[in-house]
Design a protein around this ligand. Structure first.
Ligand SMILES: [Zn+2]
Length: 768
């Protein structure tokens, strides 16, 4: 347990950066929120998000999640969060009770979570104007300033601010630290939280504490050799490169970029820059914040290597390491590329990783706003993983650490270290709890972007955009994804010709865009942006329809293991309190939607009816996300009515195929493994596949089972006869699967035969 402990968490606040990364053109957007714009603009950016106070969620599941997190943020006792800081900096703890879990006074990386609270309070204030959260943030900063000011009495260097002794950093630098602490991981959180209180609330005290702490980082790292620094980066350090780059942008002081680049981790960056996926075996969430930092460093330096690192990392992670729900990692680690079906365990999909991947996606989108795949991924992960991460039955919106993908899994699984089920008010304080606070206070931040005068609509959520600089209001109304349609009404100073770009997801077909009821003749290619350019009138209403259908999403490594999707939604099976020992076998042709007002579906699996619903709503019951969707079939001969099996239920190479009564033995069940345009028939009992003796091409040659070694005689093509029967043709010989001598006898052997029109040449494929 302790070996994985030293790399357990995650995050940072870089995404918040993007929200204010424009050159301050919206500083006047809302006088109520004294957002402090950055001193420097990002390089290479061709789309920008709106400020946090310009987009508001309206009634929806998203707003419900935000409100539950708001309840907790308003409830939590700041004195308890200050306990470890005050104790470490030799100040009175004012009678506050210490916390448990990852903020217990003896936990090695205590005070990692407080920065998340600062960020979440600041964001919620910026988004909603919640002054209770603003006041908690500024109060906490004032108390942290007192801790920092007492450093000489505590024996620490100027600027230090943490809940554990500075001597942990000495041990870290000397590579002798063995208590499980990940010191710069926690410092990153504190820096990011202070930055957010400065830029979203306008607290100059937060700025001053931040600059002093950053100066301390410069002091400690500036005296290390490059070799010492790289060795130290072997210990998880969060997104130090990201937050220090943000500080450079915010202040305009090049000193912070210099410090940031000391945290460029060569062992991780070098292969990514060379477009090599060497992620297998790495602690997953230790890496993602570094990638975000690379994107930030690109936007400051313009150095292509940084952009390549961030882009390649995103591509590898999303394409080769991500489950259907948009999460990655198993037991917190990356596995081999495309290893998905082999890792459907209880400890899949740590929440932090996805939160950070969303931040990375935002960073990349501003560089490449034509790449619809970015927000196709974002929507998938945001909806299926992040929205479902929070327990809707808990008024404080507590979260799960892992999202299990084992058959019969159930949300509410804590980390290996610290255990438990759901996070709690004061007893857990895991990394995922911290990033969850950030996630659910910024659910609105990626719905809309802008590129000059063009409005980009990426997500379909009930919301209101106040584009203050142009005097335009956009009101989005929808029940998506229950409905496939959303409407966007533009009001205010909309006149003139400008464009609205609408994401047309890759999963749709036949998407339409209408204005005031009139269908527009514009391209709506799936996986692209539809561009609607017109001369607008206040009140114009755009209706976007994105037809949804059931699509099976197979695991990269096993075409028979698949998740069910409907539009952007992963559908899971509700198994109540039942346990499942293996993936249920799904009859994919049986999936039916049973309601037009909800995403209720049914299907047949393991021969029984199971209810399907959106995975983000799969709470309080056991579920399965993945299915054995290849299923098994029985092959019934049309001539005899008998089924194909293996002689004496042999499991050996060379066991002969024959026909037998449908007696239910396991050797009668076959998995159809998709293979090009054909299939391999894998016997469910023996695991061997159906082939032809010696790869013969002769009429009458023996059909048998053999190890699945990839020879061409193992592939068969189904020829649909239009009456519910099939001819099954061997791809190597071109002959048909048949019964010797057209026999109808029990025990007659299977052979390959010419297509001579006899009934034994045809089979019914009966799904089990
Ligand atoms: Zn986490």
């Amino acid at each position: 347990m302790s070996s994985s402990v030293s790399r357990r968490r995650l995050l940072q606040a870089v995404g918040a950066t993007a929200a204010v990364s424009a050159t301050g053109s919206f500083a006047c957007a809302s006088p109520a929120h004294a957002a402090v714009p950055p001193a420097r603009a990002d390089i290479g950016v061709s789309a920008r998000p709106f400020a946090l106070d310009q987009v508001r969620l309206t009634e929806s599941r998203w707003l419900d999640n935000q409100n539950r997190t708001r309840n907790y943020l308003r409830f939590v006792d700041v004195d308890r969060l200050l306990y470890n800081f005050r104790a470490n900096h030799r100040l009175a703890t004012n009678g506050a009770a210490p916390n448990g879990g990852w903020d217990a006074p003896d936990f090695p990386f205590r005070t990692h979570v407080q920065g998340h609270f600062l960020t979440a309070w600041a964001q919620l204030y910026a988004v909603t104007g919640d002054t209770a959260c603003r006041d908690k943030a500024t109060h906490m900063v004032a108390e942290l300033a007192k801790c920092q000011a007492n450093n000489s009495a505590a024996g620490f260097n100027a600027g230090y601010l943490s809940g554990y002794p500075e001597s942990d950093f000495t041990a870290l630098e000397q590579r002798t630290l063995s208590n499980g602490n990940v010191p710069y991981y926690t410092i990153h959180k504190t820096l990011a939280g202070l930055l957010d209180v400065w830029r979203h609330i306008g607290s100059t005290q937060a700025r001053d504490v931040l600059l002093a702490l950053a100066g301390w980082v410069d002091l400690r790292t500036g005296r290390l050799s490059g070799q010492q620094m790289q060795a130290m980066l072997g210990t998880e350090f969060g997104g130090m490169n990201a937050v220090l780059t943000d500080l450079h942008q915010q202040t305009g002081d090049a000193r912070w970029l210099t410090v940031a680049r000391r945290f460029d981790h060569a062992a991780v960056f070098d292969p990514l820059a060379a477009n090599q996926d060497r992620l297998s075996g790495l602690h997953a969430n230790t890496q993602v914040p570094k990638w975000i930092g690379a994107a930030r460093e690109y936007k400051v330096t313009g150095t292509a290597r940084y952009r390549d690192i961030a882009t390649n990392a995103w591509n590898f992670c999303v394409d080769s390491h991500t489950y259907a729900i948009g999460g990655n990692s198993q037991a917190e680690h990356f596995r081999a590329p495309n290893a998905i079906a082999g890792y459907l365990n209880k400890d899949t999909c740590e929440s932090c990783n996805t939160f950070n991947m969303l931040l990375l996606t935002r960073e990349l989108f501003t560089l490449d706003p034509n790449r619809a795949a970015l927000f196709d991924y974002y929507e998938r992960a945001w909806l299926n993983h992040m929205i479902g991460q929070q327990n809707p039955a808990d008024p404080h919106g507590h979260v799960t650490y892992f999202t299990p993908l084992n058959p019969g899994g159930r949300r509410g699984v804590g980390p290996a270290w610290g255990g438990g089920t759901w996070s709690t008010d004061y007893g857990t304080f895991w990394c995922c709890q911290g990033t969850g606070l950030e996630m659910h206070t910024r659910l609105m931040d990626s719905i809309y972007y802008r590129s000059d005068d063009t409005l980009i609509v990426n997500l379909f959520v009930p919301s209101v955009l106040t584009w203050a600089e142009r005097g335009i209001t956009v009101t989005q109304t929808t029940t998506y994804p229950v409905s496939d349609t959303t409407t966007l009404q533009v009001t205010g100073n909309v006149s003139g010709t400008w464009a609205m770009r609408l994401r047309i997801p890759g999963w749709t077909a036949g998407a339409t865009v209408s204005v005031n009821g009139t269908r527009q003749d514009i391209a709506t290619t799936p996986g692209s942006y539809a561009t609607l350019t017109r001369s607008w009138t206040s009140g114009d209403t755009v209706t976007v329809r994105l037809p949804m259908r059931v699509i099976m999403r197979a695991a990269n490594d096993n075409a028979n293991v698949a998740a069910i999707t409907y539009g952007p939604v992963v559908l899971s099976g509700n198994y109540g309190d039942s346990t499942l020992s293996s993936l249920p076998t799904l009859d994919t042709s049986s999936i039916r939607r049973t309601s037009s007002t909800s995403l209720a579906f049914t299907a047949t699996a393991n021969g029984s009816t199971v209810s399907l619903g959106p995975f983000h709503d799969a709470h309080g019951h056991n579920y399965t996300v993945y299915w054995n969707a290849g299923g098994t079939v029985r092959l019934t001969n049309v001539g005899s009515g008998l089924v194909l099996g293996i002689q004496d239920m042999s499991t050996a190479d060379g066991g002969r195929a024959l026909q037998w009564h449908d007696s239910g033995t396991a050797d009668h069940d076959w998995h159809m493994v998709a293979d090009g345009n054909g299939f391999r028939f894998r016997n469910a009992h023996s695991g061997k596949v159906l082939g032809v003796l010696n790869m013969s091409t002769a009429d009458g040659a023996t059909v048998l089972q053999w190890s699945d070694n990839g020879t061409a005689d193992h592939r068969w093509t189904l020829l649909d006869q239009g009456d519910g029967t099939y001819k099954i043709r061997n791809e190597h010989s071109g002959k048909l699967l048949a019964v010797a001598n057209n026999s109808t006898a029990v025990g007659a052997f299977a052979v390959q035969d010419a297509d001579d029109g006899t009934a034994d040449n045809r089979w019914r494929v009966v799904r089990m």
